[in-house]
Ligand binder design. Structure first.
Ligand code: SF4
Ligand code: SF4
Ligand code: SF4
Length: 323
């Protein structure tokens, strides 16, 4: 059987998704058995022109990690889409925007102001900001355009499969590889995980208890047998797709939502607000206000991985601003 042609790309990413591929350890040899890697910038010295010279649809599968935050990433997503038969959004950033999409709570100007002017480590008295075009003696230098809005991969190109997680767990990566090798692929549009919520696969005891105080993880040593949310720790399990094997819960830490919303849920953050509000034991407005205050960084908590893919998507831009 001819080997699959496989491409891997990192866009707006931390690199953890590429490390997850390496975490397959000796199983990476199984991947090498069935696939030739034709593009993988983090690990191999391929250049963009190598991809440009490939026939359209000559790559069997592209595993694309990271969200899309600048024009270069958008161009390469489109290039890889043209060259690939199957596009997989690999990891929470590609699927839902992920951590980079928290930048959608501000905009390009706000990010540049913080990164290049306000940050205490800067030495930038001239307040120089990155430009897409700069004239120098040798000619013109160009940089990719930094977008106001971080996008998911599917907001830029068509995507066949979604493999969630920050990063995706090794067993699910191998499941995808196995499906590709055997041709037993799920329907296009599938999320390679469970349809139900993490709570459904969580082994902890649920007592249908209400809560009257919210704790941050460092403020309490939770009972490792009982539901964390019912102990007052914000756990995203009720609004998060199962399939990771409850890996954070097994480490006695709450779920942070990296598998995105379960099937049928449009907005993970709204679902989580609803789930938490339903177990609040607060009888007065003061108590409700106190408990709301106890959630530090609610926007970042409820939309940690999913802002770009949520109904909110981003903070409202003024009409004169870009998108
Ligand atoms: S999904 Fe997580 S591990 Fe992967 S690139 Fe995004 S932040 Fe990194
Ligand atoms: S809220 Fe968290 S700890 Fe509780 S059952 Fe759901 S996943 Fe488990
Ligand atoms: S428990 Fe939640 S945050 Fe942790 S890996 Fe699973 S889905 Fe992601």
């Amino acid at each position: 059987m001819a080997k699959l042609k496989l491409a891997l790309y990192w866009s707006a990413t931390c690199g953890g998704c590429d490390v997850a591929v390496l975490d397959t350890n000796e199983k990476i040899l199984d991947i090498a058995e069935i696939a030739d890697i034709v593009f993988w910038p983090i690990a191999m010295d391929f250049k963009r022109h190598h991809v440009e010279s490939m026939e359209d649809k000559s790559i069997d599968v592209c595993l694309f990690n990271g969200s899309v935050r600048n024009s270069e990433q958008e161009d390469i997503a489109k290039l890889l889409r043209a060259k690939s038969k199957t596009m997989v959004a690999f990891g929470a950033c590609a699927c839902f925007g992920g951590i980079p999409a928290l930048g959608n709570f501000t905009d390009r100007a706000g990010i540049f102001e913080r990164a290049y002017i306000e940050a205490p480590s800067n030495d930038n008295l001239g307040k120089t900001l990155p430009q897409t075009l700069t004239q120098v003696a040798e000619g013109e230098l160009d940089l990719p355009e930094f977008f106001d809005t971080v996008l998911t991969l599917a907001q830029v190109v068509d995507v066949e499969y979604f493999l969630p997680g920050c990063p995706p767990p090794v067993d699910l990566i191998l499941k995808v590889v196995d499906a590709l090798a055997t041709g037993q692929l799920p329907p296009v549009g599938s999320v390679i995980a469970l349809d139900k919520t993490l709570c459904d696969e969580c082994p902890r005891i649920k007592e249908e208890k209400s809560i009257s105080k919210i704790y941050r993880p460092h403020e309490i040593i939770p009972d490792d047998k009982k539901c964390l949310l019912e102990q007052g720790i914000i756990c995203c399990g009720p609004a998060t797709r199962g399939g990771c094997g409850a890996r954070c819960i097994k480490a006695n830490m709450p779920c942070r939502g990296c598998f995105g919303p379960p099937a049928g849920v449009v907005d993970q953050g709204a679902k989580l607000v609803s789930a938490i509000a339903s177990i609040y034991n607060a009888v007065s407005e003061e108590e409700v206000s106190r408990m709301v205050e106890e959630i530090v960084d609610p926007a970042g908590t409820f939309y940690r991985f999913g802002l770009a893919d949520s109904l909110l998507k981003r903070k409202r831009l003024e009409p004169s601003e870009g998108a």
